[in-house]
Write a protein that binds this ligand. Structure first.
Ligand SMILES: Cc1cc2nc3c(=O)[nH]c(=O)nc-3n(C[C@H](O)[C@H](O)[C@H](O)COP(=O)(O)OP(=O)(O)OC[C@H]3O[C@@H](n4cnc5c(N)ncnc54)[C@H](O)[C@@H]3O)c2cc1C
Length: 418
């Protein structure tokens, strides 16, 4: 009998998971509280695709993401798509020193010693990521549009990385492919509760209750997947299934601007030394913050606490950092916006896992960094769910583009708590 799945949330991760489950023969419904897809965290993403991480499994996940975006039309089986991958290259700048604490905001360190740098380059090489190490001189020769006054500045350059534009349209591409594969999207519909029942020694998910203009409705399913982004913790509570690792919404500021003097040689970059990152697109040039120090306020109800003064302070600081590093870049019409990450409180890696409740899965805690692998996470989740639903205990998954292997336990709660 065809198995039924309910996906909570139509961001990049929910829409991707829905498409991939439908490709595996499941009957899938996506429940989304907003009137369309990609209106949560995904609406504000900078969509920078890079592979530099502190953990090898994260590099593997990111590399598959970059390769998939580079083959976006082939992945969707289409000859034209709304969104495209811009392979500008991505530069990560750090300081070479004794090695400070890891910046968990981006899964990388703002200061690295030689051992860390060698280790990082090795892990990237092993995963098949093309990357080059640069010192102050090679950086200055390679990117004359930037200033590199510090003699301890070092860079890791990824020539095949870049960004997706427009990111929201990439989710609409996924939605269209999902609908063609039979997925039903229920918009303006909010999940408010879940029900489970004991079967033998384990509780199993049975249904979720949703609210929309027609009132309350109970939807039955074999599987429910929490892809609710910054609301993930609330959904876990609504499903009566708190996890061993907490997630929380985390407030972020992001500047959006138009790029007045675009030149072709500006890559996407994350400058950990100066504390900012850029996505260089003419229509929506983005400048965000890139230091762990910005990521401190874990709260579920911060929205009312955002003041104009805070926005102005952020804008002033982040734009001053940009001007210092890249004095030739001219931007205008800067607007500072607010968005929320779904943060894995103990680190910055996603939680892709089953739970104590049979049939209830989570693809959450993407911590401001996993748009890049949204469609890969969709495949990992769908494959995990499909195999478990058919009694297949093999937990290794060969990623289709890079042929690297991920284990379903790599982003599990258990591994993190071990
Ligand atoms: C400012 C910013 C910059 C970023 N930059 C990058 C970057 O450069 N590179 C990168 O890889 N990643 C980046 N990210 C992270 C990336 O955007 C996120 O990891 C990704 O978009 C998360 O997608 P998601 O589908 O999990 O969540 P979301 O897009 O938030 O989707 C969750 C959906 O669930 C819905 N939902 C929640 N509760 C309910 C409910 N009860 N009932 C029904 N629906 C519900 C929400 O409405 C929402 O649409 C950035 C994020 C932000 C905010």
């Amino acid at each position: 009998m065809t198995k039924k799945a309910l996906i909570i949330g139509a961001g990049i991760i929910g829409t991707s998971t829905a498409l991939e489950l439908a490709r595996r023969g499941w009957l899938v419904t996506v429940i989304e509280q907003h009137s369309g897809a990609a209106q949560g965290s995904t609406a504000r993403t900078s969509s920078v695709i890079r592979c530099h991480y502190t953990r090898s499994e994260a590099i593997v996940l990111a590399h598959e993401g970059a390769t998939l975006w580079d083959n976006w039309q082939a992945y969707l089986g289409r000859s034209s798509t709304r969104a495209a991958y811009h392979k500008t290259g991505v530069l990560f700048l750090m300081r070479q020193g004794e090695g400070g604490p890891p910046s968990e905001s981006l899964g990388v360190k703002a200061e690295m010693d030689q051992h860390d740098l060698d280790n990082r380059m090795n892990m990237m090489q092993q995963a098949g990521v093309e990357a080059a190490f640069m010192n102050q001189k090679t950086l200055a020769d390679f990117l004359p549009c930037f200033d590199f006054p510090e003699d301890d500045v070092v860079g890791i350059w990824e020539p095949n990385s870049g960004f997706v534009f427009p990111p929201v349209d990439s989710v609409l591409d996924l939605q269209q492919a999902a609908e063609l594969a039979g997925v039903q999207f229920k918009f303006d519909t909010k999940v408010v509760n879940g029900a489970s029942a004991w079967k033998g020694e384990r509780r199993w998910i049975q249904s979720v209750t949703v609210h929309n203009d027609d009132g309350a409705q109970e939807l039955q399913a074999d599987v429910v997947v929490n892809c609710a982004g910054p609301a993930s913790h609330h959904i876990n509570l609504a499903m009566h299934c708190p996890l061993g690792i907490a997630t929380a919404p985390q407030r972020q500021f992001i500047c959006e601007a138009t790029w007045v003097n675009p030149t072709s040689d500006v890559p996407a970059m994350a400058d950990l030394a100066e504390g900012f990152y850029i996505r260089p697109h003419e229509e929506v040039f983005k400048v965000g913050a890139a230091l762990a120090a910005d990521h401190v306020n874990f709260s579920t109800d911060e929205a009312g606490l955002i003041t104009e003064r805070e926005k102005e302070k952020f804008e002033k600081r982040v734009l001053a950092s940009l001007r210092k590093r890249a004095p030739d870049i001219e931007i205008a019409d800067v607007q500072t916006k607010v968005a929320f990450y779904d943060w894995s409180v103990s680190d910055s890696y996603p939680i892709l896992d089953g739970t104590d409740v049979g049939g209830y899965y989570v693809a959450i805690g993407s911590s401001g960094a996993w748009f890049k692998s949204g469609p890969v996470i969709g495949q990992v989740m769908a494959e995990m769910i499909h195999r478990e639903g058919h009694g297949d205990t093999n937990r290794d998954f060969v990623l289709p583009f890079t042929k690297n292997t991920l284990n379903f336990g790599d982003f599990s709660v258990r591994k993190r708590l071990a």
